[in-house]
Structures are given as structure tokens and as C-alpha cells.
Design a protein around this ligand. Structure first.
Ligand SMILES: *Cc1c(COP(=O)(O)O)cnc(C)c1O
Length: 475
């Protein structure tokens, strides 16, 4: 410490003294000397900065410092990635990790993680295999495709397809489909980075088959169709019929690629949900290649699945970028388990958590809200009112954005509404501070918790006691 010590700073104990104090001994036993030394240095540094800024005398004694060190160590030891309750009303929420995996997939991941596996080893032949071998035949069986491969996510799958089939070539795409997803995925940027030239076709609201017919030429690498899954264009609209566009591409000898986004392998109508085009239907309508995400409606791990014509898939596999965008063994394990499960649609709802949550009967959700309302109302007595609300839930991740699924939950409304919704924000923050943070949404002056995805009601109820609404509201 090179700076001359002023009196309050001089009052702070040294690192050495703190490490030797008997209050610190249990911390060293629990976290190790290295971590405790680091935490002590950090806490003393913070205190010194506080003293310098506020010019306050040191109010904090040795015990106070050790308490801060202990709190810091506890915070650091806790994983930063933690389970939360997704009560947002968006079932496949990108910020909350999208699809929950089925138990079979979790077991497969654990088994693959534990030790060696035949990831790229052909057990029959006793020689090198391909990681795609674990999923390709299942993907073909479930979609009717000739061949299939997998990349890190759907954005990677699209880049790989574009770069493999249309490098330095033009890619005609409708102006109504030049989408942005989640801020960082913008189709025009992805095309540029994949080495392709976007050729915009039609207008924002109307694109006709003849627009494509004019755009396709000797410089065309492929024609791309994107399922504009996170918004709808309404009113005076037109888009080229997919089968007709596929036929046109076929006549002109250019691949027709469809980015399905949330591709479903099963017909959601069988489960009483709105229809979402399946991968099989899209291939049957004439697409040469279809790409979709593994962790959206499929209900698997993050992955980008590419299915379609064998010759095109072979070209994609030979691209050196495939190596850079490949999936790891944990993904292969989980994906393979989910695909096997999808081959048995009759039992899918009981085994597939996302589908189970999406199809949960409304009265069951409302009963859950009825049981939890008094628990929460008692805890929030004098702070906020708690009412049962009917609300609309979304599938999320771009699937059927305009179709809401009826749901129910609780609306928590602060009794005293301060300026700028401070009390409301405080309440939402208090729910986020629980040991399993509760993520809801703020709407019309209330904190809304949608219970469609609340499968463990007792775990939710058990932590209500530790909710600290007042502390947060005062913040
Ligand atoms: C979600 C989505 C993507 C991106 O998929 P990731 O798996 O998140 O990379 C691309 N296109 C469409 C249409 C989508 O809905």
C-alpha cells in the first residue's frame, strides 16, 4: 500500500491479521485459503474505496469485515447459471434457456459426460465413424429426408448452408422475410458473413412468384425462404406459394432452402394446438433443404438441424466450416434421445416437457393459481393485492407469434403505487431474489405470474416464506 494512510484507513486490519483471526478459520476450512485470501483483499479494497469516496470514518470492525468476506465467498461459490421458475407466459423463452429436456435426454447427457463414448467411432467396423451417425437415420425417418446433418444452432445451420451452396453467389429472398431475431441474428448480415449476396425480391408486403422468376439467373446460388416466425404482416399481402416456388427452383436447377425456425416433427393439431408447418410437410412441398432449431418445438438441446437432398447435405458436410460449427457429444446425446422419443407421438405428451406444458389443461393451471393465491396473499398482506388472472401464453421462440394459448396465473399489485412504478419493480426484484428466482412479467401495473409452466407447485409455495417484499419495495 504505497499511499500514505489516513487515519480511518489505517484502522482497517491487515490481510494477514484477518487471515489469522479465528473467525476466518471456518471460512478457510470451507472455501480454501486461496479463495479466502482473494475475498479478503477484495473486501478490504472495497472498504478503502468507500472510505476514500465518502471520507467517512471506518464504522466497520473486524467481525463486520469477516461477515462481508463470508457473504462474498457464498455468492462466488453459487453457480451463476441457476434454475429459475419461468412464469413469463412464454413457454420456449430464449433468455431462459428455451426447451426443458426430457429425463431420458438428461440421462443420456450425463452418461456421455461421464466418460468415453463411441461419438465418432463405428463399433461394428471398429474404425472411425461420424458424429452425425447417431442422429441422421432418426432425422430421416422422422422427416422423410434423404440425409441430415447437425450444427451448433439454427443460425450456424443457415450460415453453413449458405456458405456451402451459395458462396460468392446471389441468394434471392423475399423482402417480407428479411428478419431479425433476438437482436443479433439479422438475415442480411448472416448472408453477408456467409459470403453470399442477398438479392432482395418483391416488396415488404407482397412478393409474387414472377418476382423470383425474374431474379433467378446464372449468378443464383440458392433461393431462400424464411418462416417469418416472430411477426406477421397483415392486410394487403401476398407471398409466393411455397410449392410453386419449389417447382420454379427445380426447373431452374437451383436449390430451394427453407429456414423453418421452430420446425416441429409432429403435427401439433394432434395435441389440440394450432398448426405449425412440420419439417416433413415442408420437404414434401418441394424444399431441397430445411433448417430448424433443436431447442424450440423439437424440445431438445441447442442445435441447428439440416435435412434434405443427399447431394446437398454431402456438400455441406465437406465444408471446413462444418468442423467449426459442429455439435459436442452432450448435444448428440440429448438430441438422439429426443428424436427416439419423437418417433412415438402417442406417448410424447407425457415424456416431452415443452409439449406437456403447452398442452396443460387450463382448469389445472387455474386450480394451481387458486391454491397459491392465499399463500401469497398472506405473505404480501399490507404490501400488495393478489388476484387470479386469465392470461394469454405464447409458445415463444418465434412459433406462431400471433396465436395465444389460454392460460392463468396470479397478478400481484402493490397497494401503494409510488412514482415510476418503484413499488412494482421492487416486487418483481423480490421474486427474482428467491433461492429459485421467479421470473414473471410486468403488465398494466401488476406483476403477473403465468402458471402454465409451473410444474413444481410445492417448490414454489415452499419459498414464499422467504420472500422479502418490503426490503425490496423500500429500495
Ligand atoms: C429461432 C430462429 C432462428 C435462429 O435459431 P437459433 O437456433 O436460435 O440459432 C433462425 N430463423 C428462424 C426463422 C427462427 O425462428
Amino acid at each position: 500500500m504505497g499511499t500514505p494512510e489516513t487515519s480511518p484507513r489505517a484502522a482497517l486490519p491487515s490481510v494477514d491479521r484477518l487471515l489469522r483471526s479465528h473467525e476466518t478459520a471456518p471460512l478457510i476450512a470451507e472455501y480454501g485459503l486461496h479463495a479466502v485470501t482473494y475475498a479478503v483483499r477484495e473486501v478490504l479494497g472495497d472498504l478503502r474505496a468507500d472510505l476514500r469516496d465518502a471520507n467517512r470514518p471506518a464504522e466497520i470492525g473486524g467481525v463486520g469485515i469477516v461477515n462481508r468476506v463470508s457473504a462474498r465467498l457464498f455468492e462466488e461459490a453459487r453457480p451463476s447459471l441457476r434454475p429459475v421458475f419461468n412464469l413469463t407466459g412464454t413457454v420456449l423463452h430464449t433468455n431462459l434457456g428455451r426447451a426443458p429436456l426430457p429425463p431420458e435426454a438428461i440421462e443420456a447427457v450425463a452418461a456421455a459426460a461421464r466418460g468415453a463414448s463411441n461419438l465418432e467411432y463405428d463399433l461394428g467396423a471398429g474404425k472411425r465413424g461420424d458424429r452425425d451417425d447417431h442422429v441422421e437415420s432418426w432425422l430421416c425417418r422422422l422427416t422423410g429426408a434423404e440425409a441430415a446433418t447437425v450444427a451448433n444452432n439454427n443460425a450456424a445451420a443457415i450460415m453453413l448452408v449458405l456458405n456451402s451452396l451459395a458462396l460468392r453467389k446471389e441468394v434471392p429472398t423475399s423482402r417480407g422475410e428479411l428478419i431479425e431475431i433476438g437482436g443479433s441474428f439479422r438475415l442480411p448480415d448472416i448472408m453477408a458473413r456467409s459470403g453470399c449476396r442477398l438479392r432482395e425480391v418483391g416488396t415488404t408486403n407482397r412478393t409474387h412468384l414472377r418476382d423470383f422468376a425474374e431474379a433467378i439467373g446464372p449468378r443464383t446460388g440458392l433461393v431462400m425462404k424464411v418462416c417469418t416466425s416472430n411477426y406477421v404482416i397483415e392486410g394487403f399481402t401476398a407471398s409466393a406459394d411455397q410449392s410453386a416456388l419449389a417447382r420454379l427452383c427445380n426447373d431452374r436447377g437451383v436449390p430451394f432452402v427453407v429456414d423453418l425456425g421452430s420446425g416441429s416433427l409432429v403435427d401439433l393439431r394432434e395435441f389440440g394446438l394450432p398448426h405449425e408447418p412440420t419439417v416433413r410437410e415442408t420437404l414434401e412441398s418441394g424444399a431441397d433443404i430445411v433448417t430448424f432449431s433443436g431447442d424450440k418445438l423439437l424440445g431438445g438441446p441447442q442445435a441447428g438441424i439440416i435435412v434434405g437432398r443427399r447431394d446437398l447435405i454431402e456438400r455441406i458436410r465437406r465444408n471446413p466450416m462444418k468442423r467449426a460449427l459442429r455439435v459436442d457429444k452432450l448435444t448428440v446425446a440429448a438430441l438422439s434421445a429426443v428424436l427416439r422419443m419423437s418417433a412415438d407421438p402417442a406417448r410424447l405428451v407425457e415424456r416431452h416437457p415443452a409439449l406437456r406444458q403447452l398442452t396443460r389443461p387450463l382448469d389445472q393451471i387455474r386450480k394451481s393459481a387458486e391454491r397459491l393465491r392465499p399463500v401469497l396473499a398472506a405473505k404480501l398482506d399490507g404490501v400488495a393485492s393478489v388476484e387470479i388472472v386469465d392470461c394469454g401464453c405464447q409458445i415463444g421462440s418465434g412459433a406462431l407469434p400471433s396465436r395465444m394459448i389460454a392460460s392463468a396465473g396470479l397478478a400481484v399489485r402493490p397497494l401503494r403505487s409510488a412514482r415510476g412504478g418503484t413499488a412494482l419493480k421492487g416486487l418483481a426484484a423480490a421474486f427474482r431474489k428467491l433461492s429459485t428466482p421467479v421470473i414473471g412479467r410486468i403488465q398494466d401495473g401488476s406483476f403477473i405470474m403465468d402458471f402454465r409452466c409451473l410444474e413444481d407447485e410445492s417448490a414454489f409455495a415452499a419459498q414464499v416464506a422467504s420472500l422479502q417484499p418490503r426490503a425490496s419495495v423500500a429500495e
